[in-house]
Design a protein around this ligand. Structure first.
Ligand code: AMP
Length: 291
């Protein structure tokens, strides 16, 4: 595996691969790799001849009171894990490489509009603008055929898919199922922040969503009722958690579903445990037959 930190080397190496007829897959991450990221790299390996993994903690997507400074970083370990998972190129740029002259010097941004102001965007102004902009930059640097994203960050995957469509970017987006701990907790670099007690309670997030998914499969279509059911399980099993939102949203435009779920919807949750903010979701698709 080649480990690179500058744009010119990366472009040269990808160009060489492409010229010899290789398809290029790309997995962007913020590092501190866990089995969720590894799953994305494996999928990328399966479908592409050249696999590029990036690790970059993007300052532009963190709010001033968020965890940018304390976000876990273990770049040497990430490099080993990426190589082991089958990456050909590991790209870990510094801030100056990604934002020459500083993040504040960026004049042009990718603005995801209304998609960025709902769900997580409501409490994280500017977050998805930062995400969309850095992913656009990385896509322009790597120029992959396929881009791999995780379903855990559903709003992010929806926004990036829309960016690709709306800006006619020449890349296929693949969204990969959430990888979970044994008790159902979605794997996340931020799980490392949890105390033992919080960690035990955090499993309730998936349990709550699974209970609602189950009710949905049995025919419950009221968004309001499914939200209430999700909140009830959280209140019962995660008393330390502070629920930021539980919301059913249309999968295509992320607007709230206020009545019955007649179109594919996302049931999404954000819960705070102390200073740790965790998210998860399930897709509720009324068009799919019951098991
Ligand atoms: P991050 O490093 O948290 O920015 O995540 C990098 C990519 O990995 C994003 O596309 C995430 O959605 C994806 N990802 C993070 N956690 C998981 C998980 N538990 N399962 C699958 N994909 C994940």
């Amino acid at each position: 595996m080649n480990s690179l930190d500058n744009v010119e080397d990366l472009r040269r190496m990808v160009r060489r691969g492409r010229e010899s007829g290789m398809s290029v897959g790309f997995v962007p991450t913020m590092g501190f790799l866990h089995p969720g990221h590894i799953r994305l790299i494996h999928e990328c390996r399966r479908e592409n001849e050249l696999v590029v993994v990036s690790a970059y903690v993007n300052p532009a997507q963190f709010g001033p009171a968020e965890d940018f400074a304390m976000y876990p970083r273990e770049i040497e370990r990430d490099r080993d894990l990426a190589a082991e998972a089958g990456a050909d190129i590991f790209f870990s740029p510094d801030d100056e490489t990604m934002y020459p002259g500083g993040v504040g010097n960026q004049a042009v941004w990718v603005d995801p509009g209304n998609l960025a102001t709902v769900l997580c965007g409501a409490s994280r102004p500017g977050h998805f603008r930062g995400v969309a902009t850095v992913v656009a930059k990385l896509l322009n640097i790597v120029r992959p055929d396929r881009l791999y994203l995780g379903q855990k960050d559903a709003q992010q995957a929806i926004i990036i898919s829309r960016m690709v469509r709306d800006l006619s970017l020449p890349v296929d987006v693949r969204v990969i199922e959430t990888v979970r701990e044994q008790d159902g907790l979605a794997m996340s670099s931020r799980n490392a922040y949890l105390t033992d007690g919080e960690r035990r309670e955090a499993a309730a997030i998936h349990r709550a969503l699974a209970a609602s998914e189950d009710a949905f499969q049995r025919g419950e279509r009221s968004a309001r009722l499914l939200e209430v059911l999700t909140r009830e399980v959280l209140a019962r099993d995660a008393p330390r958690g502070r629920v930021e939102y539980v919301e059913a949203a249309r999968l295509d435009r992320l607007t709230p579903v206020t009545a019955g779920i007649a179109e594919p919807a996302l049931l999404a949750v954000a819960v705070h445990f102390g200073r740790t903010r965790l998210i998860d979701n399930v897709i509720l698709n009324p068009r799919l037959e019951k098991d």
